[in-house]
Write a protein of this length. Structure first.
Length: 430
């Protein structure tokens, strides 16, 4: 392979199904004296009722409240008391829960995750408690955070029909209006073994692990199959213009966002490479030109926001001095036009391949990272072995493809331009 790259080790795993439809993936890594027990559920913000947004993320909090056998408030005490840590996170596509324990506590981790699935206690006191927690999180992370509404505003303007149009954290009014029965119904619909994948990774004895999984997860009854609605978005054919005023900022930012295909597609992976080329680090094209050489921006960047149904390719810049938002967009566009009309140099291509290779190795360098990747590749991509083969796809992307994909998706008539500016009354409000 290319000189100077870190080499990816193959990730060995075994996968099978329980009778109740739960998918299981085991990864033995004897070098780590820890074990991760994790469950990913195929439910995210996109599965919510438009009048009840925020449910998926709310459950990420609610399901730590307790179970029939784990008293309220005891979950974290059990984990820390046994030398472990735990966490959970939600996206528009899935919800992920995990514990990291010393490897002699595998059985405990499996029991706890089976309890969450089999015996959750969903009552009014838990709902009320977590409602306050989520409100506080929204205040801290979104409402009072500079640029905290950025992704939400981009999504709102780029999606008309698809549930990606609302923020993952959802609406507090929706959560306030929801009844206990609605939360219980959401749990019954989505928190089923056949809508989940269990990943156990770390220092494990495979035979013993399988026996414990059968003991704790085997008896859980299968749920009804989740029927998912398909939402097709019409292509964007003329530039969308929008402005958002944020009371928490003093410097404006401009965002150019293009709707892109599902992260499962080859095109999405080419866009990943384009984003790395344009804006990953201080040696990238946009940074060197606009921040270093021309001193027109304090910050510039791009990232490929990949998701199960659609993605967004987002460029952003914060002007410096007298530079206007429109001038920044013009500068970014020049680099994109170059990409669309010329092949990147052999040398840049080599550097890009090295960077992609290193990112790939880093992603799988911890047993926690491997566990989450195994779950995602199964649930969102439908192929666990992509953990080993996806790098080959990136290696096979040519300079010509990079040019052609830039031409296909990154055109002015296919995008949103969002002026993200300080609120006008900010000066008076101080």
């Amino acid at each position: 392979m290319l000189g100077g790259t870190a080499h990816a080790q193959k990730v060995a795993f075994e996968e099978y199904d329980l009778d109740n439809g739960m998918h299981v993936i085991l990864h033995n890594d004897p070098s780590a004296p820890v074990v991760i027990t994790s469950v990913m559920y195929h439910v995210g913000a996109k599965d919510e009722n438009p009048e009840r947004t925020g449910f998926a993320h709310f459950f990420e909090h609610l399901l730590f409240e307790g179970t029939q056998n784990i008293k309220r408030g005891e979950w974290f005490k059990i984990v820390t008391g046994n030398g472990g840590t735990n966490n959970a996170n939600t996206t528009d596509d899935r919800t992920y829960y995990f514990e990291v324990f010393p490897s002699n506590n595998l059985e405990l981790g499996l029991w706890m995750e089976s309890e969450r699935l089999m015996h959750p206690v969903i009552n009014q006191i838990g709902v009320d408690t977590q409602n306050e927690v989520v409100k506080e999180e929204k205040r801290l992370r979104v409402d009072n955070q500079p640029y905290g509404q950025l992704i939400a505003e981009v999504k709102k303007n780029m999606f008309v029909k698809h549930p990606y149009r609302w923020a993952t954290i959802g609406s507090m009014e929706h959560l306030d209006a929801a009844t206990l029965e609605e939360f219980q119904a959401f749990n019954k619909k989505f928190y089923t073994p056949n809508n989940a994948v269990l990943v156990v990774a770390g220092q494990i004895d495979i035979a013993q692990t399988k026996a414990w999984i059968q003991k704790y997860f085997g008896p859980i009854p299968r749920g009804e199959e989740v029927k998912r609605q398909k939402f097709e978005e019409a292509p964007i054919t003329q530039e969308i213009r929008a402005t958002y005023e944020d009371p928490n900022i003093q410097k404006p930012m401009v965002v150019a966002s293009y709707r892109t295909p599902s992260m499962k597609s080859r095109d999405a992976r080419v866009l990943d490479m384009i984003s790395t080329y344009l804006s990953d680090g201080n040696s990238s094209k946009l940074y060197k030109k606009i921040v270093d050489d021309k001193k027109m921006a304090l910050q510039i960047g791009a990232f490929n926001y990949s998701q199960e149904d659609y993605g967004m390719y987002i460029l952003y810049g914060m002007p410096q001095g007298d530079t206007t938002l429109a001038q920044l967009v013009k500068e970014m566009d020049e680099e994109i036009v170059k990409l669309q009309n010329e092949l990147i140099s052999e040398n840049d291509y080599k550097k890009l391949q090295n960077k992609i290779e290193n990112n790939y190795v880093n992603n799988n360098s911890s047993v926690e990272g491997v566990a989450e990747n195994l779950a995602s590749y199964y649930m969102l991509y439908g192929d666990v072995n992509l953990i080993n083969t996806e790098i080959e796809m990136y290696r096979s992307i040519t300079r010509e493809e990079i040019r052609d994909i830039a031409k296909k998706y990154l055109n002015p008539n296919q995008r949103l331009i969002l002026d993200y500016v300080p609120a006008k009354d900010k000066a008076d409000a101080k």
